[in-house]
Design a binder for this molecule. Structure first.
Ligand code: RFL
Ligand code: PHB
Length: 391
């Protein structure tokens, strides 16, 4: 088998890259370890920046997103029992974000790929990458007990944090930067109306909480929990009781509870691998970097990476130019480190860090008060939350 680009991973970055390349007339095959249903069952991101919305439009998958997505013009910060609104649109020169779940983005991309008759090989095991330091890279995999090999011009490693692509690079050629946080997020999805029209990020003595949503009838809530907690020991009732204790009186009153559709614990991590290109292998999305979810940046960075990558590969074929490919890593990393900084800062501001002691706590309170009172400080939050430009 031969194709121009082999994409490893059918998460949002692999699927979006496949569609952007297809639109540019470039053949590609996606190899995915799991089934499509499994990929759709992972409940993750909920907030899209305009940059991601634009790329999904360019890929031709924007229609349901515009019909069903909820534009958000502000967020609320809750601390010391009171909520303070950050006017994202007013402070960012008119920008907003769109609440539309990663599951829906993935479903839209899967459907259009199937409708165009493009090849996605699900349940591909033992994926291995070869000769990406030459002009003839190859990718091998096993499907239904049979081994296969695909020859290609380029390999895109879109296989997430635990994928094979980053692991295939010699240790001497890559540098990893990492910070692990001493807590995780316990998330719960339920068919209940959201507690508020806008997202609430809460810093409370009992830990961080986030009230988010997927639609006007489906809510997504998160609680900061110790890394030692097991999801099995959190009953729905225990979750709702704890969430109530982390809300202000009005939200507590308004909260509608119901059975969970999904519940899971995710550890929080900041991670960047440099560079993101190794000969003819490119890393994109969570394969190259992780942000703690507080800034809602992970999916958005995955989208901007594949935006740069699809442009670079298109330029290579159309204009016989390597310029885009040669600067791919540097352009991505410049945007990634700014999102890493913002996600680390917002995580540090909103969570409880017992190891930081009373002094750390007081500094956090002072910064929160400054943030909601100072136009300069809240403008910086708004500008980063709605997303920095790609160029
Ligand atoms: P994914 O989604 O992990 O997809 C990678 C795919 O590769 C497959 N794979 C392999 N395939 C073949 N061979 C192998 N050896 C393979 N190894 C792995 C996997 O099965 C999978 O299908 O990475 P991708 O595409 O780069 O997308 C990244 C996003 O999923 C991620 O950044 C976001 O979900 C992060 N995130 C958020 N991002 C936002 O922009 N806004 C948010 O509001 C937001 N909230 C979140 C989040 C992530 C969370 N968790 C659980 C980590 C909230 C949470 C709780
Ligand atoms: C979500 O809805 O899953 C979500 C929203 C905002 C975040 C993180 C997650 O910062």
């Amino acid at each position: 088998m031969r194709t121009q680009v082999v994409i490893v991973g059918a998460g949002p970055s692999g699927l979006l890259l496949g569609q952007l390349l297809y639109k540019a007339g470039i053949d590609n095959i996606i190899l995915e370890r799991q089934t499509g249903e499994y990929v759709l069952g992972r409940i993750r991101a909920g907030v899209l920046e305009q940059v991601a919305v634009d790329l999904l439009d360019r890929a031709g998958v924007g229609s349901r997103m515009h019909e069903e997505g909820l534009p958000h013009h502000g967020i609320e910060l809750l601390f010391k029992g009171e909520r303070h609104r950050i006017d994202l649109t007013g402070l960012s020169g008119g920008k907003s974000v769109l609440v539309y779940g990663q599951t829906e983005v993935t479903r839209d991309l899967m459907e259009v790929r199937a409708a165009e008759g493009l090849t996605t090989i699900y349940e591909a095991s033992n994926v291995s990458l070869h000769d990406f330091d030459s002009e003839r890279p190859r990718v091998r995999y096993t499907k239904n007990g049979q081994e296969h090999e695909i020859e290609c011009d380029f390999i895109a490693g879109c296989d997430g944090f635990h994928g094979v692509s980053r692991a295939s690079v010699p240790a001497s050629a890559i540098h990893n930067y990492e910070k692990v946080y001493p807590f995780g997020w316990l998330g719960l999805l339920s068919d209940t109306p959201p507690v508020s029209d806008e997202l609430i990020y809460a810093n409370t003595p009992r830990g961080f909480a986030l009230c988010s949503m997927r639609s006007l009838t489906r809510s997504r809530y998160y609680l900061q929990v110790p890394l030692t907690d097991k999801v099995e020991s959190w009953s729905d009732e225990a979750f709702w009781n704890e969430l109530r204790l982390r809300l202000d009186a009005e939200a507590r009153e308004r909260l509608v509870t119901g059975p969970s559709l999904e519940k899971s614990i995710a550890p929080l991590r900041s991670f960047v691998a440099e560079p993101m290109r190794f000969g003819r292998l490119f890393l994109a999305g969570d394969a190259a970097h992780i942000v703690p979810p507080t800034g809602a940046k992970g999916l958005n960075l995955a989208a901007s990476d594949v935006g740069y990558l699809s442009e670079s590969i298109t330029e290579y074929y159309d204009e016989k130019s390597q310029a885009g490919i040669d600067t791919y890593s540097q352009r991505c990393l410049s945007r990634i480190w700014k999102a890493e900084r913002f996600s680390w800062w917002f995580t540090s501001l909103m969570h409880r860090f017992p190891a930081e002691g009373e002094f750390g706590q007081k500094i956090q309170e002072a910064e929160l008060e400054y943030l909601v009172k100072s136009v300069a400080a809240s403008t910086s939050l708004a500008e980063n939350y709605v997303g920095l430009p790609m160029k």
